[in-house]
Design a protein. Structure first.
Length: 83
């Protein structure tokens, strides 16, 4: 799985660590989120949204603070229209 940096654009190695914001898509959403017994908070965003860009650092910070309570995901709403 991929971790997203606060600007939503820089992706790291495909590793899942608690507190990471996981990149979700049409192909992996059901396996990762829907079929998970864990709590997930998922943001659906687009690159050109000013609110989304302003919200990204807050979302990433909250994910780090709540790493033992919930998993955090990000979906590019333009690239993943089925979701």
């Amino acid at each position: 799985m991929e971790k997203v940096e606060p600007d939503w654009h820089k992706f790291l190695e495909k590793k899942y660590n608690p507190g990471d914001v996981i990149i979700l898509n049409d192909d992996n959403f059901d396996d990762v989120v829907y079929n998970s017994p864990e709590v997930w908070i998922v943001v659906f965003s687009v690159d050109f949204c000013k609110f989304c860009k302003a919200f990204a650092p807050i979302y990433t910070e909250v994910s780090a603070k709540l790493l033992d309570k919930a998993n955090f995901g990000y979906v590019d709403a333009i690239k993943n229209k089925k979701l």
